[in-house]
Design a protein around this ligand. Structure first.
Ligand code: V1S
Ligand code: CA
Ligand code: ZN
Length: 393
């Protein structure tokens, strides 16, 4: 029988705001905040809230958002008229300047509320970590890694991860940021380019001019000026289509294991974008729920305080599967979790197969060709290990 109990000796906190989930980017837009509702429906159906401290998060304040973002950008974000309303010439200029209002970052109704709630979710999670009230804090509504100080990018307007890491840096010496979203975590990387207190490591599909955002090559390790302490503190793992669970786990463990040894982080911030799963509407990898979750399990073994963020993920049923499974890993009940999705799960009809771990064949029909050779992956690990020789803590 599946009986969820509280983990002994440590606390997992779960941070979410149901108001955030009601927002819409637009009919054809791939980002569906509702996937967070579907995720919670699985987390609840499996009984996981019994084993966690559960919090309804608040919206981040303007002052909190200003710890990273520019005031003129925030002011425009707060007052910009939604797209279906008449605009003056002035606002058209600002939209170009701030990259707002295109098809990637539309101005939808309640945008500022949505952004400040995502920021508040990740800040609440960070506060539980710095106050030592939580060992693993989960913020599936965060993870919006592309947002810049004064610019929206790739469905991201407010960089909740940067806000949370800044909060951690007030209390801890070093933060390791890990990003398993299929896209490069460029906004977080750039925000900490000039400090050696944050190391960033993103795994992503890399194909400049073809795949968004086009940055994050193997040699991009932070500005290499002599006086920049942040040099060598950006690690990038560029990948091709179709990578498998086995290859990904080997890469992840070789690279993150080594980073943990040399950088010795006091906190781990893990972005778990679920668009790296097989069958994602925008992604190109062949990862299964098990392989995605193995990254969370590996990080948990270090026994370092950890914040877990969401991120991308555009096939909602698979996003919900991965994030529910990863919640169970945080609690430590993953080995007992039944594959069969509970009969009483709300919206159960959305899970085309009734299982938490559908096979690749069930997800894809025809699997995507794997364009990652063993040799290339070995070269990547070697390059990263050489890069880490410059890092001493
Ligand atoms: N890939 C992709 C993709 N698809 C879209 C898109 C599709 C339909 C719409 F109605 C609106 C947008 N945009 C993109 C990418 C942005 C991906 C962002 C990923 C975010 C994250 O998962 O990492 C974190 C939450 N944008 C582009 O490729 C840019 C364009 C270059 C091509 C697409 N058009 C729509 C905009 C310009
Ligand atoms: Ca990534
Ligand atoms: Zn993504």
């Amino acid at each position: 029988d599946y009986n969820i109990v509280r983990p002994k000796g440590y606390t997992v906190s779960f941070h979410a705001n149901p108001e955030m989930e009601k927002h819409h980017f637009g009919q054809t837009h791939p980002m569906k905040p509702w996937r967070l509702t579907l995720t919670k429906s699985l987390v609840f159906a499996y009984g996981m809230p019994f084993a966690m401290d559960n919090f309804v998060t608040r919206a981040a304040t303007y002052e909190e958002l200003k710890s990273f973002h520019a005031a003129d950008y925030l002011d425009y974000l707060a007052t910009a008229p939604p797209e279906d309303q008449p605009q003056d010439i002035d606002s058209a200029d600002r939209e170009i300047k701030f990259n707002l209002g295109g098809s990637d970052c539309p101005l939808f109704h309640g945008l500022y509320d949505y952004c400040s709630m995502s920021g508040g979710t990740s800040l609440d999670a960070a506060r539980k970590i710095v106050n030592r009230q939580s060992d693993i804090a989960i913020a599936w509504g965060g993870g919006l890694h592309h947002a810049k100080r004064s610019e929206a990018s790739g469905f991201c307007y407010i960089n909740d991860i940067v806000l949370a890491i800044l909060q951690c840096l007030r209390h801890f010496p070093r933060v390791l940021y890990i990003d398993i979203d299929v896209h490069h975590g460029d906004g977080v990387e750039e925000a900490f380019f000039s400090t050696d207190r944050v190391m960033t490591c993103s795994f992503h599909k890399y194909q400049p001019d073809v795949f968004f955002p086009g940055t994050g090559g193997l040699d991009d390790n932070g500005p290499k000026s002599e006086h920049n302490p942040g040099a060598h503190h950006s690690i990038n793992v560029p990948l091709n289509d179709g990578i498998t669970d086995e290859q990904y786990a080997w890469l992840f463990e070789s690279i993150i294991g080594k980073i943990n040894q040399v950088f010795r982080p006091s906190v781990i911030a893990l972005q778990c974008g679920a668009d790296s799963l097989a069958g994602d509407r925008l992604g190109r990898f062949n990862l299964q729920v098990q392989g995605h979750g193995a990254c969370v399990a590996f990080c948990k073994k270090f026994n370092i305080p950890m914040i877990i963020f969401g991120g991308g993920g555009y096939t909602p049923r698979n996003v919900a599967r991965a994030w529910a499974y990863e919640t169970s890993i945080a609690i430590g009940c993953d080995t007992k979790i039944p594959d069969q999705i509970p009969a009483h799960t709300p919206w159960r009809e959305h899970f085309v197969h009734d299982t938490l771990f559908p096979t690749l064949e069930q997800i894809l029909g025809e699997p995507r060709a794997n364009r990652n050779s063993a040799k290339r992956l070995q070269d990547i690990v070697q390059h990263v290990h050489e890069q880490l020789r410059f890092v001493e803590h």
